[in-house]
Ligand binder design. Structure first.
Ligand code: BGC
Length: 698
């Protein structure tokens, strides 16, 4: 490494301090120094970003991994993800996320393991060890106090020293001690007035000096803000090309004595160490299969309530089961934002239940309460590509007017295509157009709501008619159009799209909502009343729980509370399954006999749920975060979200369960709560003395 460093010119060194592309570091061909490829993370590996790229394994999200409390299992997840990273030609997984569940409203809580720093650090260490033992670098993120999305690019988290160390830094410190992540990602926010990426107390004094960190610190994407960056403790500005780590300016600053060359060397050395680490020879672990994703999803499920032993259900008894809820059909298997992957497949709760019970049990479905913010993606079962395969045919053109023969073509099994940078030379995101085409075969007759979202120019044809036209005016536009269709009569669908050359992020997305009953809640209540058991899959979607914004409150969106109350009134054998990544208020909790928390469970979510509901597996998940009675009870309530650019962490150390204990405030379900199907009995308890001191309070 030292030899390589010595051979480098100053300009070459300076060229390494920022990424070369959105997902690559810079290479130096003259010295055979390769570019390193990074990929999100954390519940899968997005890899190539051109929508024709490979699909990814999709594990349950971070909070679900936290709910397993099983670090051995999470180490296996890390290893499986490492295999996925390597197969996709990448070297660094931008994961795991160990920010703390300070407020249950935070948009990215689903991605973070826990409200408790020890649990978070333990699960993170296992994950990192799994990755790095297979030669793939982790990027532990986001360093630090990035615990809300509100004003995330400018907010200063004002944290006193003790909670900063004992709560917010602690999962990072533990992970460093137990797993030494090869990279760390700084956060977008400020900490005590100074941006994390420029915060030398955090990155310099604490991370590198006090903890002796020898890895590389990269910025979060576009999370660098001033010309303080080159002289600070950040090693790599991402993504590329450079903004503040401008090579020419760095060379000039060193030459005129404004920048210490030893500091540049230190940053380069850390990058070279990373290259050395991720290019060394490690055995390739097996890629994840359905079995491992299912095991994690199953172990994550928390049985919150089970009055009268309503669960497990008997799968062999002929009966009628009413399955209700938008998420039962359109499974939400991950949260929103940069952590999304294109999963290999999705088993919805409805499909999982149907598959488990077989023919003798009637499983009937009603949506109950529509909850989507964006129309759900057009159902793949309805779509046939031009050559007869499931999905749509996709033709890419390397021009801005769909001219000539396509540059390349393929079949996509999704109707949401996005571009944010690229790792695949097939598509220049700033210069392409495309056509998606195929047929749609509806399963019911009635009005289908087609929804087109495009950033760029786009138009949608159904059955030969233009029904949405975003062609004349480019930009970020969404339009819904109703089209009347007849069951089993196929119609052609076609979308043409031209990229937005100036944009950073682009999308073309086709949603399609099938006909809804006139009164969806009443239809669900009627179904429940006729059934032996009702299972309501309630929840949020990745459009409600996402990176980029926080939730406004703790309520289930739409009319789900009313739906649940009315379904349980119609059928006392009602089970509520919560498909959410963080706590929700449950005004119906007393009335409902069984409540199951299933998180965002990854590709096997539906099978995992069915195996718990029907008793193939005894539930063993425990809450990694407190479920409060109401938002007003939560520790950060008074200070969240902050004002005038500052959010005071006024609850100090009393984060999560520490706060509820201190205040003797009963939560709805406490941290660590989780029932099983086994009965535990304690008896014959005896005291070992007759004098006792008062219980210690803190
Ligand atoms: C997120 C990171 C992510 C990065 C790259 C950022 O917006 O905060 O967690 O790794 O984008 O996609």
């Amino acid at each position: 490494m030292e030899q390589l460093l010595n051979e480098m010119t100053l300009a070459e060194k300076a060229s390494l301090l920022a990424g070369a592309t959105t997902w690559h570091t810079a290479a130096i061909e003259r010295l055979n120094l390769p570019a390193i490829q990074v990929s999100d993370g954390p519940n899968g590996v997005r890899g190539a970003d051109d929508n024709l790229g490979e699909t990814s394994v999709c594990f349950p999200v971070g909070v679900a991994m936290g709910a397993t409390w099983n670090s051995d299992l999470i180490e296996q997840v890390g290893a499986a993800l490492a295999a996925e990273v390597r197969v996709k030609g990448a070297h660094v997984l931008l994961a795991p996320t160990v920010n703390i569940h300070r407020t249950p409203l935070a948009g990215r809580n689903f991605e973070c393991f826990a409200e408790d720093p020890y649990l978070s650090g333990a699960i993170a260490s296992a994950y990192i060890n799994g990755l790095q033992k297979a030669g793939v670098a982790a990027s532990l993120k986001h360093f630090v106090a990035n615990d809300q999305e509100f004003e995330r690019f400018s907010m200063s988290s004002e944290v006193a020293e003790r909670p900063l160390h004992e709560i917010y830094l602690e999962p990072f410190r533990l992970a460093l001690e137990k797993a030494n992540p090869w990279t760390i990602m700084s956060s977008y926010n400020k900490v005590n007035g100074i941006y994390s990426s420029e915060n030398d107390v955090l990155l310099g004094d604490i991370l590198k000096e006090m903890w002796g960190y020898d890895g590389l610190v990269m910025s979060d994407w576009y999370g660098t803000y001033s010309d303080q960056v080159p002289g600070g403790s950040l090693d790599l500005e991402m993504p590329g090309p450079a903004r503040w780590m401008d090579p020419a300016k760095i060379v000039a600053a060193v030459e005129n004595g404004d920048l210490d060359p030893a500091l540049v060397d230190d940053k380069v050395r850390r990058l070279l160490r990373l290259v050395e680490r991720v290019t060394a020879d490690y055995p390739l672990p097996p890629r994840a299969d359905g079995q491992l994703t299912r095991q994690v999803a199953t172990e994550a499920i928390v049985l919150l309530k089970n009055e009268g032993d309503l669960l497990p259900l008997n799968p062999d008894k002929p009966q009628t089961i009413a399955v209700i809820g938008e998420n039962a059909q359109w499974a939400q298997i991950m949260g929103g934002g940069s952590s999304q992957v294109n999963p290999h497949y999705i088993v919805s709760p409805l499909a999982g239940i149907r598959q488990r019970v077989g023919e003798d049990v009637t499983v009937a479905y009603q949506i109950g309460a529509p909850i989507h913010r964006l129309a759900p993606l057009a159902n793949l079962d309805w779509l046939t590509a031009v050559d007869g395969q499931q999905g749509l045919s996709l033709d890419y053109f390397h021009n801005l007017d769909l001219a000539g023969d396509p540059g390349h073509s393929g079949i996509v099994q999704k109707t949401e295509l996005t571009w944010f940078g690229t790792v695949n030379p097939l598509v220049d995101p700033a210069h392409f157009s495309l056509r998606l085409s195929g047929t749609l075969t509806p399963t019911e007759s009635g009005d289908y709501q087609f929804h087109l979202w495009s950033i760029g120019r786009a138009r949608l044809w159904v059955d030969g008619q233009v029904v949405v036209d975003h062609w004349e005016e480019a930009g970020d536009r969404q339009t819904t159009a109703a089209v009347s269709l007849t069951a089993n009569q196929s119609v052609s669908v076609k979308i043409e799209y031209i990229t937005e050359p100036e944009g950073k992020w682009r999308i073309v997305r086709l949603g399609c909502v099938p006909p809804l009953p006139a009164d969806p809640i009443q239809a669900a209540v009627d179904l429940a009343a006729r059934a032996d058991v009702a299972i309501v899959v309630a929840g949020l979607t990745r459009e409600w729980e996402s990176e980029g914004f926080d939730r406004p409150d703790l309520r289930l969106v739409g009319q789900q509370d009313e739906l649940i109350a009315r379904v349980v009134a119609a059928n006392p054998n009602t089970i509520v399954v919560l498909n959410v990544g963080s706590p929700v208020e449950m005004p119906w909790a007393n009335a409902v006999p069984a409540i199951v928390q299933s998180w965002y469970g990854g590709q096997e979510a539906g099978n995992a749920l069915a195996s718990v509901l029907f008793g193939d597996v005894a539930p063993s998940g425990k809450l990694p975060t407190t479920f409060p009675m109401r938002l007003e009870d939560t520790p950060a309530f008074i200070n969240y979200p902050g004002e005038n650019g500052k959010v005071y962490y006024g609850e100090g150390l009393f984060v999560g369960y520490r706060y509820y204990d201190k205040k003797h405030l009963a939560p709805l379900f406490p941290f660590g709560h989780g029932l099983s199907y086994t009965q535990f009995a304690y008896d014959n308890l005896r005291l070992n003395g007759d004098k006792f001191t008062p219980a210690m309070r803190f």
